[in-house]
Design a protein around this ligand. Sequence first.
Ligand code: A2P
Length: 272
Amino acid sequence: MNDLRPVNEISSTKLPTLPDAQTVTEVRHWTDRLFSFRVSRPPSLRFRSGEFVMIGLLGDSGKPLLRAYSIASPSWDEELEFYSIKVQDGPLTSKLQHIQPGDQIILRPKPVGTLVLDALLPGKRLWFFATGTGIAPFASLMRDPDTYERYDEVIMMHTCRDVAELEYGRQLIESLPDDPLIGEFVGGKLRYYPTTTREKSAKTGRITDNLTSGKVFADLDVKPINPDHDRAMVCGSLGFNTDMKAVLEGFGLREGANSEPAEYVVEKAFVG
Ligand code: A2P
């Protein structure tokens, strides 16, 4: 029967000879543009919250088609979780969106990335800024006890086009205070500021605009961003990241890296 299936379907489900194959355990479709999935974790894989790995499928040519995906699960989770856009003509996501539990994907177990706590100098308040699937690395960092041990306050700003696109993040964040493993670390430290830009909701507007106008500081009743105490991590589209760098530098923050920690770090969310 297998011989009758289209080549792209066979390649997405059967990777018996690949050493880096992992098994899909769960798939959730959030909207027609967004889905999340969980896969088995290679026993030897260690990573820092916020890092990404290369994952993918075999392409039609038989070569692996891999893209960088932030790990959305915390390092203590026995599986790995990813959060992805679906692009109908995207080389990888046009196929990846059809995976089912039991299928296999390729996962190169070499985590890297700059959105790690060690790339920031010590501070009091940590800001996470994400658009769309850019919330994935923060889904990991928000479930890491270390985040709450290092900071007194954590503020998650997430902006999407509409309310449905916020749902993955909203469900996760709302579950954290009662989570048996991480809840006691989160305590009252995590604040969430979701906005939409193309649908009316409780809070609207781009993150950049809500920071420069001061609206978010007024709404949350907090002091504006200040390089002495505030640290920030940014993950979204190229345009968002570029605009956010200018906004954060306007507040006096400098970009850091693993080798030279400073006040903020940036990573591009994968699209396509
Ligand atoms: P907008 O609707 O005003 O474009 P996308 O789904 O296209 O990746 O966008 C996700 C979210 O990021 C949208 O709410 C979008 O707002 C916002 N966004 C896109 N580009 C920027 C940018 N340069 N600065 C701030 N927000 C942005």
